[in-house]
Design a protein around this ligand. Structure first.
Ligand code: HAM
Length: 437
């Protein structure tokens, strides 16, 4: 063990900067969101895939792209101490999903529609809506070439956002065409920016030959006019690419989904071709991108697979939850149906059996327990019962138990009067409660 680790043994440890604990009651909002996601994914027949959090670094260098921000400066990469392998925490899941699809020959009998939820890692500067560990929901449709699946992907997000009650989310779309079309545009773009080299900031000058498309993405206000007049990729697209793009737009409009074309939308990852899109909000400050994705027909080959068309998106779940909150939606914290008050530890063997029977009948029960060996005064137990949010306290007093009974005390308005009930019908009584589970 290194000296540094041992010396700090008694100090309080805190989470890594930009990586958050998700605690109750907030975690209930996450569970609710995850339930909504699973339900909507089922409606579109997308199936769950779970790939490892750690992958070979080479997967992202080749897949995400060597000259992207993610690979250049944001990856958590390390050497495995035991065997020297170069590994990275996944900054995104698309390359991992494609690797798994190739490794397990997933598309041998036709296309596959997949989704995942899980943590991603990017060493970015933490701020509201931007974290170093963040949760992404993603969907990938592998082995489908047609524009109807591009549209389906966006309809799915639109449907999910409607289910979540989100408002004022706009959709921007663009087409990056085929590689040859992008290449012709790239040549024109480099020539244009070379002509105006002195107007480029240092970041853009550095990117000019490695990733000129990303210059179009610049947030630098002094470069806006320059970027505005730059050659537009849409003007370099051939008939087939334009047709694909037009079909996507038409299919969205057929479903009354509004979109705008943003010719400067290029996305920050290298693998895209044809359709790219983002779902954006103005209500979260600088981190307004809720969801981004597009088609990536070349990625399978890049990662050693057979040519396979594919399209997908990723969504930041922290941002979605922040927007839900920003728009004023509240959710009541979950509460147990009943709280078990236990005046005397002698009653525990009997009490714990009854509680298990209640749970088997679908009733959620919080059993009183305390920090020390004492069960605590009745007053403090009732205080905790109240704070738990339960509708009833069940009091397992020795006298009642001796008569095979328990006292039921309502904790909320409308719960009726306090009564004593026989243990034989307590489960039947409890099952009339609206269970929270
Ligand atoms: P991305 O645009 O890098 O795409 O990320 C997708 C979404 O993840 C963003 O729109 C944002 O909501 C969220 N996100 C990204 N970085 C952070 C962060 N540091 N903190 C919080 N949220 C963040 C991808 O990752 C692609 N894999 C999407 C895709 C799937 N394309 C095709 N298939």
């Amino acid at each position: 063990m290194s000296e540094k680790l041992v010396a700090t043994k008694s100090e309080k440890l805190t989470a890594v900067k930009g990586m958050n604990d998700i605690l109750p009651p907030d975690s209930a909002r996450w569970e609710w969101l995850e339930d909504q996601v699973r339900s909507v994914m089922g409606l579109y027949a997308y199936r769950n895939i779970r790939t490892p959090i750690v992958e070979p670094t080479a997967l992202f260098v080749r897949g995400t792209g060597e000259s992207t921000d993610i690979v250049e400066k944001e990856m958590y990469s390390f050497e495995d101490k035991l065997n020297g392998e170069q590994l990275s925490l996944r900054p995104e899941s698309t390359p991992g999903v494609v690797r798994a699809a190739i490794e397990h020959n997933l598309t041998y009998d036709g296309g596959k529609r997949l989704y995942y939820m899980g943590p991603m890692f990017r060493h970015e500067r933490p701020q509201r809506g931007r974290y170093r560990q963040f949760y992404q929901l993603g969907a990938e449709a592998l082995g489908f070439a047609g524009p109807e699946v591009d549209a389906e992907m966006m309809l799915l997000v639109h449907h999910l956002f409607a289910r979540l009650g989100l408002r004022n989310v706009r959709i921007e779309i663009n087409s990056l065409g085929r590689p040859a079309e992008r290449q012709a545009h790239r040549v024109a773009l480099i020539a244009y920016f070379e002509q105006h080299f002195e107007l480029l900031d240092t970041e853009a000058q550095r990117r000019l030959h490695s990733n000129p498309l990303r210059i179009l993405d610049t947030k630098n206000p002094t470069m806006q006019a320059l970027v505005q007049d730059a050659p537009q990729l849409l003007n370099y697209l051939g008939d087939a690419s334009l047709q694909h793009f037009d079909s996507v737009k038409r299919l969205l409009s057929a479903c009354a989904v509004k979109w705008t074309v943003n010719p400067r939308l290029v996305r920050g990852l290298d693998y895209y071709s044809h359709t790219v899109f983002e779902f954006l909000t103005d209500e979260l400050g600088a981190q307004g991108a809720l969801c981004g994705g597009g088609r990536y027909d070349g990625l399978f080959e890049l990662l050693g697979g057979k040519p396979t068309p594919a399209v997908g998106w990723g969504m930041g779940l922290e941002r979605v939850l922040e927007l839900i909150q920003e728009q004023g939606q509240t959710r009541t914290a979950p509460a147990p149906d009943v709280y078990a008050v236990i005046p005397d530890a002698d009653a525990l063997p009997m009490t714990i059996q009854v509680l298990n029977a209640l749970r088997a009948a679908g009733i959620s029960v919080q059993m009183h327990a305390s920090l020390d060996q004492n069960t605590g005064s009745m007053k403090s137990q009732f205080k905790k019962a109240d704070a738990s949010g339960a509708r009833y306290a069940l009091i397992f007093g020795n006298d009642e138990l001796a008569q095979n009974a328990v006292t039921v005390k309502p904790l909320r308005d409308g719960g009726g009067a306090q009564v004593t009930r026989s243990l034989t019908d307590i489960a039947a009584w409890a099952s009339t409660l609206q269970s929270h589970t």
